[in-house]
Ligand binder design. Structure first.
Ligand code: CP
Length: 334
């Protein structure tokens, strides 16, 4: 296993390049379960080096020159789609992004036929977002390249969890022992699921704050505590992680009304202003201002939330680099 020249890649010499989930000679990132705590910490360290690249006047290193990455977004996205595209470009990979509406999927072509078509053109990785849980794993059976899960239905969003842990570590200096409260629509949230898995692996404690109707059955088995009181959580936590009420996936019958939800579970201006010790407030975006977070509070904590977005580019650079290796196929040849 050769180590890339940091002058050419812009990456620290201390990085290790171990494979993530191996499937034959291909490597994938489908779930946080594919990663050990050491994998997570190594990726976060790698992301810190890549964050430095994004601050340079010329935000580009030749680490993935000659590699081709397809971003396949079958469900809407702003942050994840753009940051995967920027990450690939900053690593000098060739990148093609397509969305369902602008592809033959809108004419009824299946995911399998679409995947086969893409791969016939010779690609090294497919980044996929899909409304169905398990679509990325299915894709690995049809393509001979790396697959990265960019969010699959209500299942997982592993790179979101990695960028969230990156943000927590950069802002608070540690992960082990951190107290993280995740508030809101846990049931529909792939972000919550991936964050719970990742936070457990690195030794943080997780408290879920939600009405019973927005908690999946058996969630306690994931090693979390549960409360119905955001005020209790605010007294306890170092990080308050707010989730969007997924209006496209949840009917209001899960709780009496949005107004009722805000009163009981929202980070309202009143709650925020009476806190003596303010936690780090995070949100994966997009926010429903006035529902899970008051607009004035959102404005106040905006640097952290946009910091999460910036971290997304660095973390995705680290993931792409680790999966695809350097120009000489670091970490195993295909
Ligand atoms: N956090 C997140 O996945 O945002 P997008 O849906 O905009 O990608």
């Amino acid at each position: 296993m050769s180590t890339p020249d940091p002058l050419k890649t812009g990456v620290s010499k201390t990085l290790k390049f171990d494979p993530l989930m191996h499937s034959g000679t291909r490597r994938h990132l489908l779930s946080i379960n594919d990663l050990s705590s050491e994998d997570i910490i190594r990726l976060l360290d790698s992301a810190r080096s890549f964050a430095e690249v994004s601050k340079r006047p010329v935000k580009k290193v030749p680490a993935l020159r000659g590699k081709t990455i397809v971003n396949m977004f079958i469900e809407p996205s702003t942050r994840t789609r753009m940051s995967f595209e920027l990450a690939a470009k900053r690593l000098s990979a060739d990148v093609v992004t397509f969305t369902a509406g602008a592809s033959s999927i809108s004419k009824g072509e299946s995911l399998k036929d679409t995947a086969k078509t893409i791969v016939a053109m010779g690609v090294d990785a497919v980044v996929i977002r899909h409304s169905s849980a398990g679509a990325p794993r299915l894709l690995t059976q049809w393509v001979d390249c790396s697959v990265i899960n960019a969010g699959d239905g209500m299942h997982e969003h592993p790179t979101q969890a990695l960028l969230d842990l990156y943000t927590m570590r950069e802002r608070l200096g540690k992960l082990e022992g951190l107290k993280v409260a995740i508030v809101g629509d846990i049931d529909h949230s792939r972000v919550a699921r991936s964050n719970i898995l990742a936070l457990n692996k690195v030794g943080a404690s997780v408290l879920l704050v939600a009405p019973r109707s927005l908690l999946p059955a058996g969630i306690e088995e994931m090693g979390v505590e549960i409360t119905g009181s955001i005020d209790e959580a605010l007294q306890w936590c170092d990080v308050l992680y707010l989730l969007r009420i997924q209006l496209e996936r949840v009917s209001e019958s899960r709780f009496p009304s949005l107004r009722e939800y805000t009163l009981q579970y929202g980070l309202t201006q009143t709650r925020w202003s009476r806190l003596k010790r303010k936690p780090l407030v995070m949100h994966p975006g997009p926010m429903n201002r006035g529902v899970e977070i008051a607009s004035v509070v959102a404005d106040e904590v905006e640097p952290v939330i946009t910091g999460q977005v910036a971290a997304g580019v660095a973390v995705r650079m680290a993931v792409l680099y680790e999966l695809l290796g350097g120009p000489t196929g670091v970490g195993g040849s295909d």
